[in-house]
Design a protein around this ligand. Structure first.
Ligand code: HEC
Ligand code: HEC
Ligand code: HEC
Ligand code: HEC
Ligand code: HEC
Ligand code: HEC
Length: 502
């Protein structure tokens, strides 16, 4: 083994001169240089690349460790071989002789090396922890898979809240639980076996008490908030928008006894059993009030009319049963176009624009590129052929509208993941999906026939409604008038049966 030219002074004990140790030392020095270089880039540059973090703190460190292990391992194997030759295999203890300069060198390098590696490990672990907790790691690393949720998140009220604050929360147990689940998902992402769209994980989400309520404390009083909505007609014979202002009775505060948040904030507890994974069909509800009195509501066809449901199917209602889309909001075409028109990102003066824009957005496409091309083509053809006079004069407005519609598509539709508004019903209202009407439909009854109210004024009061000069106002509340046609079928039919959002 010891085949170094003898004229040069040997700096380390004999058994360090072997191929395995050389490879280990080479690998360690190489990775160490790379790490230092990447660390400097990460530390000093303001632009943070996801892949840089991934390489520096997750991918390279294991190779450094392998290199470092190879150094003593090679020496150990080589020492055994040398001893075998010299002593016929008899065992001999390691002897450290500090009077030998070769031993001094080996120990010095070992100690300095260990100190450097320990410091780097500490910094690396801290950086790796922070990095795997960052929203860029969660949202961008598996680009295609998380793209819908990440994109929607970046324009939501929680854009500054880290993914992990809702999805993991604090505590080592949950951290490990979710990181293990994350590793499984990473393999699914690599193999491409993940489901499209990503299932909404309400059952695997940590209880709201330990996430949402870290920031939104239950004692906060909300009273009522105003909703101010402007709706544009599909029907070309009507040109003026319809405006509804309403006060949503959130309620609350330390002593809040009524209002929407009374549901689960102040002593009331609600349990329910959903029939489907998206929790849209609810067949059994149990409400326990402050005094401890329980009431059970069931639907006509409920399997649990006479028997209690199995314990593992029962879910306790929390924030996320109403606020299930606090940050991943995929807007329905009807909603986003109404808003774009109200904000004049699309000119309301373009004839038929509401109906046409909603139509092109609602179609199914295979990819974003195909969608953007078809949206452009669909709208241009319609205006050039069917509204030629208008198009001749206002081509610029139509062009602007196409740009706005394309942007809406990019932000809310993800054909590769099949993610869009209708894949993820929003439970906060009741217009486009059942939402509150999953329970508040007068169909869920107790044995004595009491229902859960669908009375419009139990949740909000309308203070203004109408269009143009025909506007009604009353701060005590107005009876709802169905926009544009005054149709009365909303009294018995759920809004979402006609209003699908597209
Ligand atoms: C304000 C809290 C909050 C934040 C911040 C948040 N999420 Fe979520 N996320 C939720 C809730 C609540 C659900 C469950 C929705 C449901 O059950 O219907 C969810 C669901 C998901 C889903 C399942 C698919 C879906 O759309 O329901 C994915 C994937 C996801 N989040 C990824 C992320 C990523 C990536 C980030 C950071 C970029 C993030 N989340 C940040 C609250 C949050
Ligand atoms: C790390 C703190 C934090 C966590 C955790 C958090 N939020 Fe928020 N949330 C905020 C802040 C800050 C705002 C106000 C944003 C603003 O008005 O710009 C907000 C706003 C909201 C709003 C009003 C949004 C709107 O449409 O204006 C709702 C509803 C909400 N959060 C629900 C939730 C729910 C449900 C969860 C748990 C899944 C949650 N939040 C978790 C900090 C948090
Ligand atoms: C029964 C359904 C329901 C439950 C459960 C619920 N909320 Fe709400 N919450 C509402 C409604 C409805 C509003 C009115 C705002 C809206 O329509 O978006 C609201 C409003 C809010 C707002 C204020 C929004 C703003 O714009 O000022 C916050 C913050 C909020 N909720 C947080 C929570 C948290 C945290 C929990 C859990 C502890 C929770 N909510 C539980 C239905 C609910
Ligand atoms: C899982 C079923 C369920 C869902 C979903 C649900 N509720 Fe309720 N809600 C109930 C039950 C049950 C009661 C009656 C409680 C009782 O019997 O004491 C109730 C009562 C109420 C009350 C009256 C509270 C009071 O003290 O005056 C309001 C307001 C309310 N809900 C608003 C909402 C809103 C808004 C939504 C949708 C965002 C919603 N609920 C969704 C089950 C539900
Ligand atoms: C259980 C509570 C509840 C009941 C009952 C209820 N609503 Fe609502 N409604 C809501 C909530 C919560 C929202 C707000 C949704 C949001 O934040 O966008 C809403 C929103 C609306 C809107 C605005 C829709 C939109 O998204 O643009 C209209 C209009 C409306 N309700 C009419 C009615 C009428 C009419 C009735 C009676 C048949 C009724 N509501 C019954 C809770 C309720
Ligand atoms: C029988 C079907 C049907 C039912 C049920 C129904 N609507 Fe409508 N709604 C319509 C039609 C049709 C229009 C007119 C569309 C147009 O011309 O823009 C409309 C228009 C509206 C609009 C304004 C247009 C827009 O941009 O969305 C609102 C707001 C609305 N309805 C609210 C409700 C609410 C709230 C309920 C439930 C309480 C409800 N509707 C129930 C059929 C229905």
């Amino acid at each position: 083994m010891n085949n170094l030219p003898k004229k040069r002074k040997q700096r380390f004990p004999d058994h360090f001169y072997n191929n395995t140790t050389y490879i280990g030392a080479g690998l360690s020095v190489f990775i160490l240089c790379c790490e230092l270089f990447l660390f400097c880039i990460d530390f000093f540059s303001s632009a943070h690349s996801v892949y840089l973090g991934l390489i520096t703190y997750v991918f390279l460190p294991p190779f450094l460790i392998v290199g470092l292990i190879l150094i003593p391992w090679g020496a150990w194997v080589s020492r055994r071989r040398i001893l075998k030759g010299a002593h016929g295999g008899t065992h001999k203890l390691i002897v450290i002789d500090l009077s030998l300069s070769t031993h001094q060198n080996a120990i010095l390098i070992f100690m300095v090396g260990t100190a450097i590696v320990l410091i780097m490990t500490a910094i690396g672990c801290y950086k790796a922890y922070n990095y795997t907790e960052s929203e860029r790691f969660c949202g961008v690393t598996c680009h295609q898979v998380m793209n819908p949720e990440y994109t929607a998140y970046t324009q939501s009220p929680h854009a500054q809240v880290k993914c992990v604050e809702c999805h993991i929360g604090s505590g080592v147990g949950w951290y490990v639980h979710y990181k293990m689940a994350g590793v499984k998902m990473l393999f699914m992402a690599i193999k491409g076996t993940y489901s499209r769209p990503t299932p909404a994980p309400v059952e695997t989400l940590r209880p709201a008490k330990e996430t949402c309520e870290e920031c939104h404390w239950p004692g906060k009083a909300f009273n009522a908030i105003q909703l101010d909505k402007i709706y544009y007609p599909d029907d070309p014979s009507k040109t003026l928008p319809w405006n509804i202002k309403m006060l949503i009775r959130i309620g609350g505060g330390q002593n809040g006894e009524s209002g929407i948040h009374a549901h689960m904030y102040y002593g009331d507890e609600i349990y329910y059993v959903p029939e489907d994974a998206k929790r849209q069909k609810i067949s059994w509800i149990k409400a326990i009030n402050k005094a401890g009195v329980a009431r059970i509501y069931t639907t006509k066809g409920s399997p649990y009319k006479n028997t209690a449901p199995p314990q593992n199917k029962i879910r306790k209602m929390d924030c996320m049963d109403c606020h299930n889309r606090p940050t991943h909001r995929f807007e329905a075409p009807d909603v986003s176009i109404n808003r774009a028109l109200a904000e004049e990102r699309i000119s309301p003066s373009i004839p038929m624009i509401k109906a046409k824009a909603v139509e092109v957005l609602s179609k199914e496409y295979l990819s974003v590129d195909q969608a953007l091309e078809k949206i452009r083509l669909g709208l241009t053809e319609y205006y050039a052929k069917k509204q030629a006079a208008y198009y001749g004069e206002h081509k610029d407005k139509v062009e602007e509208a196409i740009k706005a519609v394309s942007l809406i598509y990019r932000m809310n539709f993800f054909p590769e993941m099949k993610s869009r508004w209708d894949a993820y019903p929003d439970n906060i209202g009741h217009m486009i999906s059942l939402g509150c009407f999953r329970c508040h439909d007068d169909e869920h009854k107790t044995k004595t026939g009491e229902g859960i109210s669908r009375k419009c004024t139990s949740c909000h009061i309308i203070t203004q409604q109408g269009s143009g000069t025909a506007v009604q106002k009353d701060s005590d509340g107005l009876p709802f008038q169905h926009p544009f046609d005054g149709d009365e079928s909303w009294k018995t039919t759920n809004c979402s049966e006609c209003h699908t959002g597209g």
